[in-house]
Write a protein that binds this ligand. Sequence first.
Ligand SMILES: C[S@@+](CC[C@H](N)C(=O)[O-])C[C@H]1O[C@@H](n2cnc3c(N)ncnc32)[C@H](O)[C@@H]1O
Length: 368
Amino acid sequence: MTVFEHPWGTLVLHRWPRRRRETLQAWDNADRYLLDTLKARAKGATSLVVNDQQGALALGAMHHGPVQRSGDSFVADLACRKNREVNQLDGLPEPLWPFDTLPAPPDQVLMRVPKSLALLEWQLQWLSEQLPVGAPVWLAGMDKHLPRQLVPMMQQYLGNGRAELGWKKARLFSAEAPGERLAVAPYPTEVEGPMGPLTVHAGVFAQQQLDIGARFFLAHLPDSLPAGARVADLGCGNGVIGLALLQACPDSQLVFCDESWLALQSARDNVARYCPESASEFHLGDGLVGCDERFDLILLNPPFHDGYVVGDHVARRLFRQSKQALNAGGELRVIGNRHLSYHKLLGKLFGKVEVLGSNQKFVVWRCS
Ligand SMILES: C[S@@+](CC[C@H](N)C(=O)[O-])C[C@H]1O[C@@H](n2cnc3c(N)ncnc32)[C@H](O)[C@@H]1O
């Protein structure tokens, strides 16, 4: 189903990037519940939309009045922009990324509860600093995804917060902004990497310790490359994989890529800390789309979920993009969980797929 009914009319919404035989909808009842709340209880014309998933919230709220939008995900922003085009709507503003300041105080906030509790906590602190006192903050999510700590966390960061009635398996929470910072969220954290402590901003993969897959991957990186080799750390998270390669091969040219703004910021901070002389680049995007480069080596510890949806579809997309972006003779090096059948797809895409190492949990492949 692609037609989303909201309080002011309808929108045609697709999930982006588009997939053949898509089975998932681009919105849920939490989006609808937030827009119904806006219609019934708006304090004024302007809204801030936080963590919109595919554009339902921002494109719906634009029918009420001007919208600002903020979130951490490039792919969510892309989906919103694509769905705006489909619906031929004008006036969608550029997104605000996590460290940005609001250009103007909104009258109310519509926020999806993010999957990461750390990101939620950090965003509540950000809202407490950015919003005028008394601005209504409405949060919603689907019952099955809501963290138990939500109301206590709202009370800690906003000074108040309550759960409201459920509606079709969605729930609304509300608070009023305190007009000042009441508590400091404990982010970024630091995790111990092979080069020393690494900065990890809120909600970034492996928040408290290095991922065990990443640790195994680190033991299977090349220890030399031709000078000037172009390397991508695809889905870089805090950047540990690319950084380790850069330390082993300081003459290589690294591009760190992620779709999470805070992941890329973590990688930036860590490169500045350990390899400040390097001429590394940072690409915020859906994998390598929009990164007009060719690589001699692509390193990938792929994501195994897309928001709440577990699966290998993002990994598959990144494999295909990697094949397109490699120089002749180039190599994709991938780590995967043993039970995932990555090797089948890699075998279809690449002429040669070798196992470089494996243990009870993981396999590292070299694809060329
Ligand atoms: C399993 S983590 C690996 C992080 C890091 N390389 C490591 O080994 O610790 C996968 C990373 O892929 C990123 N990611 C997910 N979807 C992506 C996409 N479409 N394009 C780029 N990066 C993506 C996630 O934000 C996450 O940082």
